[in-house]
Design a protein around this ligand. Structure first.
Ligand code: SF4
Ligand code: SF4
Length: 164
């Protein structure tokens, strides 16, 4: 199992600060920008406004039958060899920005809505050393923790239910 950003929907207040702070981490060109469209975490609500979900990649240990152990839908969908890989040390699924063509196949393949296209490149949470999303979340709906099976099943279901 890998360290992932764990989301507890019961604690989330839908404030969007995680998205804003994440975007600070990924600002480019020497300018720090609060720009949600470049964030690796995105917050959604259901139609009744009764459920919130911060969509953030959980590194897909949820396996499809018949796929190799390190497979994830985004890895399988990417037509550029070696562009999306799983780091064997950390288990984190990583995208090579240099070789990404921005075709969006990985985005469409992820049924959990955890891969995003931004500025012509695919991006996803690759679990920062000291994530700003976690620091920004006052009600502690986000934590950096080991994934466990029970959590993964629950979050996979939530992401299918609360769409962006
Ligand atoms: S910062 Fe925390 S409470 Fe606010 S939207 Fe993100 S997960 Fe929810
Ligand atoms: S957008 Fe980039 S990472 Fe995603 S499938 Fe296309 S080339 Fe691969």
């Amino acid at each position: 199992m890998s360290r992932i950003i764990v989301f507890e929907q019961e604690r989330c207040t839908f404030c969007h600060l995680c998205t804003l702070y994440c975007s600070l981490t990924f600002s480019k060109g020497g300018v720090v920008e609060a720009r949600p469209s470049i964030a690796r975490i995105r917050v959604a609500q259901n139609e009744d406004d009764t459920l919130y979900a911060a969509h953030v990649c959980f590194q897909c240990p949820v396996q499809e039958p018949g796929l190799p152990r390190d497979a994830a839908a985004c890895i399988t969908a990417c037509p550029v060899e070696g562009c999306i890989t799983r780091n064997p040390q950390t288990n984190i699924v990583e995208i090579n920005e240099e070789t990404c063509t921005g075709c969006g196949k990985c985005v469409r393949a992820c049924e959990y809505q955890a891969v995003f296209l931004t500025d012509g490149k695919a991006v996803k949470c690759e679990v920062c050393e000291d994530p700003l999303c976690v620091k920004a979340c006052a009600p502690q709906a986000l934590t950096l923790a080991e994934a466990d099976e029970e959590y993964l099943e629950k979050i996979a279901q939530l992401y299918k239910e609360v769409r962006l």
